[in-house]
Design a protein around this ligand. Sequence first.
Ligand SMILES: Nc1ncnc2c1ncn2[C@@H]1O[C@H](COP(=O)(O)OP(=O)(O)OP(=O)(O)O)[C@@H](O)[C@H]1O
Length: 246
Amino acid sequence: MSGTGPELLLLGAGRVHGRGDAAVVALTRVDLSVSPGELVAVMGPSGSGKSTLLTLAGGLDSPTEGRVEVGGRDLASLDGRGRARLRRRRIGYVFQEFNLIPSLTAAENVALPLELDGTPTRTARREARTALAEVGLSGVGDRFPEHMSGGQRQRVAVARALVGPRSLLLADEPTGALDSASGEEVVAVIRERVDRGAAGLMVTHDSRYAAWADRTVFLRDGRITTSTGSRLGLESLVGPVPDGED
Ligand SMILES: Nc1ncnc2c1ncn2[C@@H]1O[C@H](COP(=O)(O)OP(=O)(O)OP(=O)(O)O)[C@@H](O)[C@H]1O
């Protein structure tokens, strides 16, 4: 984590695919700042640019206009290797698909990003157990994904995104097809890590999960149309939202 500035900053950021008549504007002129300790939810209809926003924020794709900074650093100033290193060390992703490797145990799956980054196996496994404990899965490190429930598997995926000192969490529909109890557990884990100092950006279709965020931005046709400052604001837009502990 660096200084007091935002962990994630998008300034006039946009992404156009293709050219001329075939050009598709996936995202345009987005200004967004997410500070350490802040969780921002992203909502919007299908095709409104939510995933594009996340891939730009994570340096998986580059903007065709504007800029994206992570930890005060303009991603365009880094070469491919520099961006890859930043992604591995600083950014945690949670996707809808669990993407766990079936032949590895839960702990091995979680340790993998650290091991790929050169962390000695022993240290990586220790960090993996800490991350599994953080998501409430202390006892299942030696289990294989096929012997776990959907909710447990997604929490393993969240642990893999959290492992080590991640300062930016990007979650694209992290609750996926989970039932609401498992979904709430996943969002609670993200909320907890954010409360301990990470910055979080989470795409969701469900206002119950967005209610865990400090702010919600709404996308339409690639633009931010509305931004609520609080849960109360969200309530005025989408109707009553349940309490966090429900
Ligand atoms: N590689 C690409 N080439 C062309 N168009 C693309 C590409 N990727 C995304 N788009 C378009 O950009 C727009 C935004 O897509 P994006 O996936 O970001 O939306 P989304 O809000 O995440 O949608 P969903 O909720 O369905 O996942 C869509 O119109 C999509 O068709």
